[in-house]
Structures are given as structure tokens and as C-alpha cells.
Design a protein around this ligand. Structure first.
Ligand code: DGJ
Length: 729
């Protein structure tokens, strides 16, 4: 375990618990990618790179050796322009206008622990024994460009995490045209490409296709990771399924525009690159300055997609998410958005909270509409001052009324935005992203504050902070409801305008770091019209995300299943809402809505004062049930049993790390006449143990439950669900 350097072969061997990653310097000091996959022993590893002379269309940079062409060799951080025709990992323009650079070895350091990335979110080690880091320093002698490739491995997690620091050690300005977080050259193209794509209210659908020569990519140009594409891809063997086969995952710890692509070349090798989207990006590096790329988290699993996801879940849950809530069970909440939208007053809120308290709900969240004069979405973003028409006693009074019911109080903000109809915009019309003398395109009648500016960030820290200090607030929903247009900043010089989008992200991360550090007891949940910014970058600051604005139980099967490819269940907000559902107008039972929402951070998003007594009884029982299983949902291992992308039913289960208990959810979408008997096989249990299933007296063997399975009970009607609680005896 750890990182070993073999001096004789100039080879770096990075080892995780079950994974090896090997880098070898060629005779000219260019780092080559030798291997990534199942763990191999720490032998000298000769013959990892194969050199072959090719036709003249793969040129030879060293005339004395016609077997070498960068066009055919697997590299660690490839350049363009000197014989490699594939997409490069970086590109730098020098003052003379040229873009040719060549990186060769200078020195390396291997150390215990893992350094944090300046100004950017990343995975972390809590102490030095948890991780090892390799810093591989390269240089382009002529330009003074220094590039440090930074790799860390963990003792407990099978992930290779990497980023790059580009430094200007020369005395001229360097223009970074592309600075990706990493590149991996695979020896072959026997892969399927997996991506999570969608739109508002149908986030993270899974798509899987065979790779073919050329480029297959996902990217965001929206200034946000986006609903449309998630900053994640996987390359998997054609036969890989949930339980077996190789899977290589790539996840980017970044919340802005990104690219992730796989390029299959003429020799059927596959290059994966990932990082900040070079589209509309440029960064000027003055003499002495450096640029840190976001972190890329690469996971290898020989145990299928399920194995890959569980590695991501454990790593992100414990070494990406931070703060006191990381390891605490999360409260059951009720949110008033779908209950009232903008039309509420303090009494209405108190009444909802009162019923919530009777049903066992622990937290009330006041959503949009409590500030300025926001009776609809036309105004007031930026003016974070309470609306006394709706809340005559102010926020503190309302929070105290909720607290008196023995419930916590949470509040919604959309800090990054400004409404043209706001005092803030009237006072500072240049504080939004914009381009002089061009249209300022609105979305939901709002513009985006220019977080690349320090004064704007300071305003946010101060105005949000003063609200949070003004009342006993224990939870914040941090929303963001549009993407960037006319990306420009009033304060940046013309030649730096293309830095705006990334500088915005750095500003946002700074604001989040400051506010979450100042209020460590508050539980923060990020949101972007639901899951428009469900990415590892946001999870570093806020340990949970509102998964989707779509609360329909059937739609949620796909959304939550797709999201679980990378993100832990403890990061997903999932609420029961009213029927007909407000997004798709579907009728589903309260039971099914509850069973689906229980596979996440559970809550309600409906007017509790409108419930019948029967519904109240059902909800009380649901809340009670969730409290009994939430440690499994939030800290257990997740196994997918049936995919909503493949059939009429969906099933998954959460198992305690030691196999001592589990909770299984099954949902069948459409009823089938005279249906065959169906058996559901569980996973992740202790095969040698006996389990109690629900309140049945007879005990079942873990092996029986996994290998023979249980018959799914007869379910009548569409959209039906069933759950099993298993306890090891
Ligand atoms: C979008 C969010 O996703 C919703 O949950 C709600 O908070 C609205 N914004 C409020 O405007």
C-alpha cells in the first residue's frame, strides 16, 4: 500500500487496497502511463511500455529512435504539437504566439498525507497515515512552464485522486488555453461509456454505449455542472454489470463548466481526459504565478458498477463531505415550497410546523418568498431582508415559534442571484455578470451576481451571515436557479474576460468556505432547481443536495438510481409531496411515495394542515420507520438490485457495514395481469448469518436471501412498493 519509486526502471507504483496505478518515465524523462487496474505486486515491472515503429504518419520526435512517437505512446499529461494528434491534457500559448511545449521530469516527492488544493474543494485525509501523495514535477525548459502532477492514494479507499499545478517560472506571460485535471491512456477500446445526463426535473438518467473511434464526451458550457450532464463518466467492460466486470470511474470535484471525454484513436487505444471545459476558457499566468486545476477522482473496481459506486460512496461520505453533520444522522424535515409557494404568513407556517411536530418531523424549512417583496419570482433576490408583511415578528420570532414546538428552523436562500427589481441591483447594476453594451439575458427574471469580484463576495458573506446570526437557524437550503449568459466581469481586464467563469467558481467556493466555517452547526443543503449542481465540489461544503425538483415517486426511481452511481445516499434529499404530483401530475400512494423518499434524506414537501386523519397516521408511522432505519440509509452500503432503466421494477437496499441489518425497497411501476411469481435476490448480507425478516418468526439464512431470494408479495395496481427490514440474529 502506498507509493513506491523504482529507481532502476524510473517507475512509480501507486497502490490502493485493491488497485495499482503505474507511471514510468521514458528515457527522455516524459512520464508515460504504464498501468491502471487490479492491484499488482511491487515487482520491477519491466516491459510495461511497448515501442513499435509505425508509418511516417506517427512522427518520431527523437530522430535516433523511430520506435518512439507520442502518437502511439500512453502518457500521463500529454501535449499537442510534437507528434501526438489526440486531444492534449493542456495547451499553453507563449508570448511569441507559439503553442509548442514539452514536459520532462525535473524531480519528485513522495510524502504521507494529502495536501489540500488552494481555493478548491477536494477529498482529504484526516491524518497523514490515511494517504500518500506523489508530486511529479515536470518542466518545459524554454518557456519556464513548470507542471506538477499531484496524485494521492488512500489506505482505505480504492481511489486515485489527482490534480495539476501549472506554474510560470519564466519571466514572460503564459496563456493557459487548456489545463485539464488529468488524462489516462488505456491500451484498448473494449469499453462501454457510461454517463449521467438529463434536464431540469429528470436529472442523471443513465446512458451506456460502446466507444467507437473518435470522441465521445459530456460537457457543460453553462457555468455550472448542470442538470444536463454530470461531471462523471465511467468506462466499463462490455460485460460489466452491477456485480462483476471492470469499471473505471472518473468524477470531477468541480461545480462549473467541465468536459469529460474518451477518445479512441487509430490504434484503438482510448484516452480519457477531464477537467475545466477549455471552451471559452483562458487563464493568464504572469511570471511567478500558478494555477491549480480541480481534482479528479478515479476509481477502479473489478466488482462491477456496484463495487465502483460503493467506493465512491464511502470516499465521498467520509473524506469529501465535511463538518459536524458528516457523521450525524440528518433530521426529518418539512419544507413549505410545494405547500404554499410564495403565499404564506407566519401563522400558516406555524400551523404546518405544529402538525409536523405531531407527526414526529424534526425540522421546518421556510423556502423562497420570506424576503424583500417576493410574492412571485419577479423580484427581490439580493435583498436578504425579511418581508414584514408576511412575517410581522421577523425571522427570529418565527424561528422561536417553531422552536417552541420542539422543531428546528431552516431557511432558503438563493445568494448568487440578483433580481433587476431589487435594491441591490438598483444600487450596483455592475455587480452582475455582464458584457458592456450587450443584452443582460434574464432567466426567471434574475441575473447572476459576479462572484469573481471580491466586493460582491464580501456583500454575500455579510448579508447572508447577518440573517444567520439574527435567528436560531440550524439548516440552510442554498439554491441557484439559472445558468450563465454574457459571461463577463466589470472588473477584469479585457485579456482576462475568459477567466470570469472559473474566477466565479473560486469566489463561490470562498464564500461557501467562509460561511460554512462561521456557522459550523448549520446543516447546509445545496440545490440548483433541484439537482442542477449535484457534484462533488458542492458536497465538500454542503453534505447534502436537493436531488431534483421532481418529487414524483416513479420519476424519482430513475433520478435516485442514476445519482447513486457516484453519490452517497446520505447526500440525496428526497421528500414526499402531494398528489396529483405537481411536476408530472401522477397519482401514487402515500406508501410508495414514502418508500421511495426513505432512500435519501427524508422529508415532506406538502401542506400538512390539509391531511386527513388517516394520512396523518400513515405519515407518523413513516417518520417513525425512517428514524429506525436512517442510520442504514445514511451510513450503510448501497446495493442496487433492479434497474428502472431496464425494466418495470426497481429495487435497492442499504446494508450496515458489518452486515448486521438491512433495509430493502422494491417498487413495481405498472401492474401486470396474471403476472409470474417473481423472486428478489438480496445482496451484501453475511451468508453465514441468520436474519429476521420484518416480524416473521422464522429466520432466513443470509445465503438463502442472497442466492435463492424472497418471493415478491402480490401487489395490486400500478406504482406499488414493498419494503423488507432485515436484522441479523
Ligand atoms: C428551486 C428549488 O429547487 C425548489 O425546491 C424551490 O426552493 C424553488 N427553487 C424556490 O424558488
Amino acid at each position: 500500500m502506498g507509493i513506491h519509486y523504482n529507481e532502476e526502471h524510473r517507475l512509480f507504483h501507486l497502490q490502493g487496497p485493491n488497485t495499482s496505478y503505474i507511471i514510468q518515465l521514458n528515457k527522455n524523462g516524459v512520464p508515460m502511463h504504464a498501468y491502471w487496474g487490479r492491484k499488482v505486486s511491487d515487482a520491477p515491472w519491466v516491459g510495461m511500455l511497448n515501442f513499435q515503429e509505425r508509418a511516417s504518419f506517427s512522427p518520431n520526435p527523437y530522430p535516433e529512435d523511430r520506435t518512439i512517437s507520442f502518437d502511439t505512446l500512453p502518457q500521463e499529461y500529454p501535449a499537442y504539437g510534437s507528434s501526438d494528434f489526440r486531444h492534449p491534457a493542456y495547451q499553453v500559448q507563449l508570448e511569441d504566439g507559439s503553442t509548442i511545449t514539452e514536459l520532462t521530469y525535473v524531480e519528485h516527492r513522495i510524502s504521507s498525507g494529502k495536501p489540500q488544493l488552494k481555493g478548491l474543494p477536494s477529498t482529504y485525509a484526516e491524518n497523514d497515515s490515511e494517504a500518500h501523495t506523489l508530486e511529479l514535477e515536470l518542466q518545459d525548459e524554454k518557456s519556464g512552464l513548470r507542471v506538477m502532477l499531484i496524485y494521492s492514494v488512500f489506505a482505505e479507499h480504492d481511489a486515485i485522486v489527482r490534480s495539476v499545478k501549472l506554474k510560470n517560472k519564466g519571466n514572460t506571460t503564459l496563456r493557459l488555453l487548456r489545463a485539464l485535471s488529468g488524462s489516462v491512456d488505456f491500451r484498448h477500446d473494449k469499453f462501454h461509456f457510461l454517463q449521467l445526463s438529463g434536464a431540469w426535473s429528470r436529472e442523471r438518467d443513465m446512458f451506456r454505449r460502446q466507444v467507437v473511434p473518435g470522441i465521445q464526451s459530456v460537457e457543460s458550457r453553462r457555468g455550472s455542472s448542470s442538470h444536463q450532464q454530470n461531471p462523471f463518466i465511467a468506462l466499463v467492460s462490455p460485460n460489466t454489470d452491477e456485480e462483476q466486470g471492470e469499471a473505471y470511474g472518473f468524477s470531477l470535484v468541480y461545480s462549473g463548466s467541465f468536459i469529460a471525454q474518451a477518445e479512441v484513436d487509430q490504434f484503438r487505444t482510448t484516452r480519457v481526459t477531464m477537467g475545466i471545459n477549455p471552451f471559452d476558457f483562458e487563464w493568464r499566468l504572469e511570471a511567478g504565478q500558478e494555477f491549480q486545476t480541480p481534482e479528479m477522482v478515479m476509481v477502479y473496481s473489478g466488482a462491477g458498477l456496484g463495487g465502483m459506486s460503493r467506493i465512491y460512496h464511502r470516499l465521498y461520505r467520509s473524506r469529501l463531505c465535511r463538518g459536524i453533520h458528516r457523521d450525524r444522522t440528518r433530521p426529518v424535515l418539512v419544507n413549505n415550497w410545494e405547500a404554499t409557494y410564495f403565499q404564506f404568513n407566519a401563522d400558516k407556517i406555524e400551523n404546518i410546523a405544529k402538525v409536523g411536530q405531531e407527526l414526529g418531523i424534526e425540522l421546518f424549512v421556510l423556502d423562497d418568498g420570506w424576503f424583500g417583496h417576493r410574492d412571485n419570482d419577479d423580484s427581490s433576490l439580493g435583498d436578504w431582508k425579511v418581508d414584514y408583511r408576511k412575517l410581522p415578528g421577523g425571522l427570529a420570532d418565527l424561528a422561536e415559534r417553531v422552536n417552541r414546538l420542539d422543531m428546528q428552523f431552516g431557511l432558503w436562500f438563493e445568494p448568487e442571484m440578483v433580481s433587476p427589481d431589487s435594491d441591490l441591483y438598483r444600487a450596483h447594476p455592475d455587480w452582475c455578470l455582464h458584457v458592456p453594451d450587450r443584452r443582460r439575458t434574464e432567466a426567471r427574471q434574475q441575473l447572476i451576481l459576479d462572484l469573481s469580484r471580491e466586493d460582491v463576495c464580501e456583500y454575500l458573506i455579510e448579508s447572508i451571515g447577518s440573517v444567520l446570526r439574527s435567528a436560531p437557524i440550524t439548516y440552510v437550503k442554498w439554491d441557484m436557479n439559472r445558468n450563465m449568459t454574457e459571461i463577463g466581469s466589470a472588473l477584469l481586464a479585457p485579456e482576462r474576460q475568459r477567466e470570469t467563469a472559473h474566477r466565479y467558481m473560486l469566489g463561490l467556493y470562498k464564500v461557501l468556505e467562509t460561511i460554512t466555517s462561521e456557522f459550523p452547526n448549520i446543516l447546509f443543503e445545496s440545490c440548483s432547481g433541484g439537482g442542477g449542481r449535484f457534484d462533488p465540489g458542492m458536497l465538500y461544503y454542503m453534505p447534502q443536495t436537493w436531488t431534483s425538483d421532481n418529487t414524483d415517486a416513479v420519476s424519482r426511481l430513475r433520478i435516485q438510481y442514476g445519482t447513486s452511481m457516484v453519490y452517497p445516499i446520505s447526500t440525496m434529499g428526497a421528500h414526499v409531496s402531494a398528489v396529483p404530483n405537481h411536476q408530472v401530475h401522477r397519482m401514487t400512494s402515500l406508501k410508495t411515495r414514502g418508500d421511495v423518499a426513505m432512500s435519501g434524506n427524508f422529508g415532506y414537501e406538502l401542506d400538512l394542515t390539509q391531511l386527513t386523519d388517516l394520512e396523518k397516521d400513515q405519515i407518523k408511522a413513516q417518520v417513525q420507520q425512517y428514524k429506525e432505519i436512517r442510520h442504514l440509509v445514511q451510513f450503510g452500503d448501497f446495493y442496487r438490485l433492479r434497474s428502472p432503466f431496464e425494466g418495470n421494477d426497481t429495487s435497492w437496499m442499504m446494508v450496515a457495514g458489518d452486515g448486521s441489518e438491512a433495509f430493502v425497497v422494491y417498487v413495481r411501476v405498472l401492474a401486470e395481469p396474471n403476472a409470474p411469481l417473481d423472486w428478489l435476490k438480496f445482496k451484501g448480507l453475511d451468508p453465514d448469518a441468520k436474519y429476521q425478516v420484518g416480524d416473521e418468526e422464522a429466520l432466513y439464512g443470509g445465503d438463502q436471501l442472497m442466492y435463492a431470494g424472497l418471493a415478491i408479495p402480490k401487489l395490486d395496481g400500478d406504482y406499488q412498493s414493498y419494503t423488507w427490514r432485515l436484522i441479523k440474529k
